[in-house]
Design a protein around this ligand. Structure first.
Ligand code: ADP
Length: 435
């Protein structure tokens, strides 16, 4: 980046120097021409008042470095200080003469490529009607420029070198805060930089924090998963060892087999929940998204949980109407199942679960209310965390993994829905989802 900025600045400087030099040279040449014509005008007045041929004889013309020609209005040359007037052609067509005849005076510059010089002509109509032309040899624009090339080259080189040094200093200073920022991404919040970069820095800061948080969460999750897997596996291994060593009688073997079965089932539910979580975390394609009749899904769910409800001596009922939600059917069924399953498992004997579905402002609302044990205030936020349980033994004894509400939270976020939880210990819990 530094190199690119340097190169670009140098290129800009080079273009600026070259164009300035060209413009300055052109301006100076203009001044130079003006000066020559002014001199020629002065000479012409001096000569008009004196005797041209006499002055010429005095050789002062040669000293002045000028050539004088006297021309009749018809273009015929009467006198020329450098050539024989007899041999000279008619001058009526020369631009400076034509102009002098028309307006009183005329100028022209004619360049000879071979000698690289220009002749500056100044012609003026005198009082007697004849035209007095004074000419002087001067450098052409190209030769002026050509002569100055070594000097121009030297100045160009010095200026470019100066620009190069300044550019390096400038880019170094300019990029210093950015470089510092790149090397200190861990403490971006302390870095002071350009106002324009501040939003970029804030985004990086946020992303950096998010990455750290995600890494920490992943680490915690892995630790929790390992811990959760360890308990049933230790049990399985213990039971198996007892059977293997032949220390268990037939009655015990039966009991141990039941224990192994229970622990294996626990492992399966746990792994299933972990898979579900990672599936929800992963990207679902648009094809999985459809119009889902929430009421129909709830009906299937309530029917499925009827047996479990009876086992817990809890009644479960569904109220409401057909309501459509744009979403993933499988995820919505999972959401309904987890909420209803919790409402049954954390209920009291003889309690009830009410599932309500209705439409509010064109959007579906789902409510699952139970008359169960309730959730203490301090735990109400945390129940959505992975593996958080208010009562660990009750959760485990009823087949809970501590992941149910974490899955619910993810599904709600995927559907851009919102959720409210209100609960009173000993009275019950109500979870409302607004789609
Ligand atoms: P679990 O598999 O343990 O049920 P969840 O993530 O579904 O895990 O719920 C987390 C914790 O929140 C549960 O362990 C339980 O203590 C509490 N909880 C969830 N739903 C209810 C409810 N309807 N009534 C009371 N407590 C609940």
């Amino acid at each position: 980046m530094k190199k690119r900025i340097n190169l670009q600045l140098i290129a800009i400087a080079a273009v600026a120097i070259i164009s300035t030099m060209i413009m300055v040279s052109a301006a100076f040449y203009e001044l130079f021409c003006d000066q020559i014509f002014q001199d020629l005008t002065t000479y012409s007045y001096l000569l008009e008042n004196g005797n041209i041929s006499e002055d010429y004889k005095d050789a002062s013309l040669e000293d002045w470095g000028i050539r004088v020609t006297l021309i009749q209005p018809d273009g015929q040359v009467i006198f020329d200080s450098e050539a024989d007037q007899e041999s000279m052609t008619n001058h009526a067509g020369r631009p400076e003469i034509t102009s002098a005849l028309e307006t009183g005076k005329g100028t022209d510059i004619r360049t000879s490529e071979t000698i690289g010089q220009s002749t500056f002509y100044y012609a003026r109509e005198m009082e007697d009607g004849n035209i007095l032309r004074v000419a002087k040899l001067g450098d052409s624009l190209l030769s002026v420029f050509g002569n100055a090339v070594p000097l121009i080259g030297f100045i160009f080189g010095v200026l470019l070198l100066l620009c190069w040094v300044l550019t390096r200093f400038l880019t170094k200073n300019l990029l210093k805060p950015i470089e510092y920022m790149a090397n200190n991404l861990d403490h971006v919040e302390e870095i002071e930089t350009y106002d324009e970069i501040q939003p970029f820095l804030e985004t990086i800061h946020k992303q950096h924090d998010d990455i750290l948080k995600a890494a920490q969460m992943r680490q915690e999750f892995t630790a929790n998963v390992s811990h959760e897997l360890k308990t049933p596996l230790t049990a399985i291994s213990g039971y198996a060892e007892l059977i293997e060593t032949g220390m268990a009688c037939e009655e015990d073997v039966n009991r141990f087999a039941q224990g192994i079965h229970k622990s294996a089932n626990r492992l399966l539910t746990l792994i299933n929940d972990i898979i579900k979580l990672s599936e929800i975390d992963g990207n679902t394609t648009d094809e999985d998204w459809e119009q889902v009749n929430l009421y129909q899904s709830a009906k299937v769910c309530v029917e499925m949980l009827q047996v479990s409800a009876e086992k817990h001596q809890v009644s479960i009922s569904l109220m409401g109407e057909d309501c459509y939600v744009q979403g993933n059917k499988q995820m919505l069924e999972e959401l309904l199942y987890n909420l209803c399953d919790n409402a049954i498992r954390y209920n009291n004997i003889g309690g009830s679960v009410d599932v309500r579905i209705w439409q509010k402002d064109g959007r579906a609302v789902l409510e699952v209310e139970d008359t169960g044990i309730g959730i203490p205030k301090e735990s109400q936020e945390r129940v959505f965390e992975r593996f958080y349980r208010v009562d660990k033994s009750r959760s485990k004894s009823t087949g809970g993994t501590g992941l149910g509400l974490a899955i619910v939270k993810h599904i709600i976020a995927k559907h851009e829905a919102t959720m409210e939880l209100s609960s009173q210990v000993g009275e019950g819990t109500k979870i409302t989802v607004n789609f």
